[in-house]
Design a protein around this ligand. Structure first.
Ligand code: FEO
Length: 161
């Protein structure tokens, strides 16, 4: 695997783990707010992000390339509402989409077909990630924070596998 691409994969492993860290921080916020369903949803999201990092990790290993883990920045810890959290989730996922697209472009430039094929999975996943965050955000905008509807939505959110 080309050196530039190995570096870009290692960067993206860090970015996915940073995503996991952001969602874990959001989970902690929801738990502190007694919204344990939202907390559960975010913990599951954090696990998914770790899974994304591990797909890239496994690909480097399978290709005989070296995984070099990097420092993960501290995530934001203070949030003021569920709407704010999901606005930030959607904005973050859009950034990740741009990163994945750039990585895909690089695999094309390097004619690295196996890496391109792997990245196609991520491109499809990002459509789902943005769509899910946006749907939840739109629902939350219709719900008053201290309402029984919010408690019901919290229960729905907690059902995520
Ligand atoms: Fe790994 Fe939410 O993108």
């Amino acid at each position: 695997m080309d050196k530039k691409l190995v570096k870009a994969f290692n960067d993206q492993i860090k970015n996915e783990l940073y995503s996991a860290y952001i969602y874990l921080s959001m989970a902690a916020y929801f738990e502190a707010e007694n919204l344990s369903g939202f907390g559960q949803w975010m913990k599951t999201q954090a696990k998914e992000e770790t899974g994304h990092a591990m797909k890239l990790f496994a690909h480097l290993i399978d290709r005989g390339a070296r995984v070099e883990l990097q420092a993960i920045p501290q995530p934001e810890t203070k949030f003021s509402s569920a709407v704010e959290v999901f606005e930030k989730t959607l904005a973050h996922e859009k950034k990740v989409t741009a990163m994945i697209n750039a990585l895909y472009e690089l695999t094309g430039k390097e004619n690295d077909y196996p890496a391109s094929i792997l990245l196609q999975w991520f491109i499809t996943e990002q459509v789902e990630e943005e769509n899910t965050a946006d749907s939840i955000l739109q629902n939350l905008k219709k719900i008053k924070p201290d309402s029984s509807a919010m408690l019901m939505y919290d229960q729905v959110m907690g059902k995520r596998e």
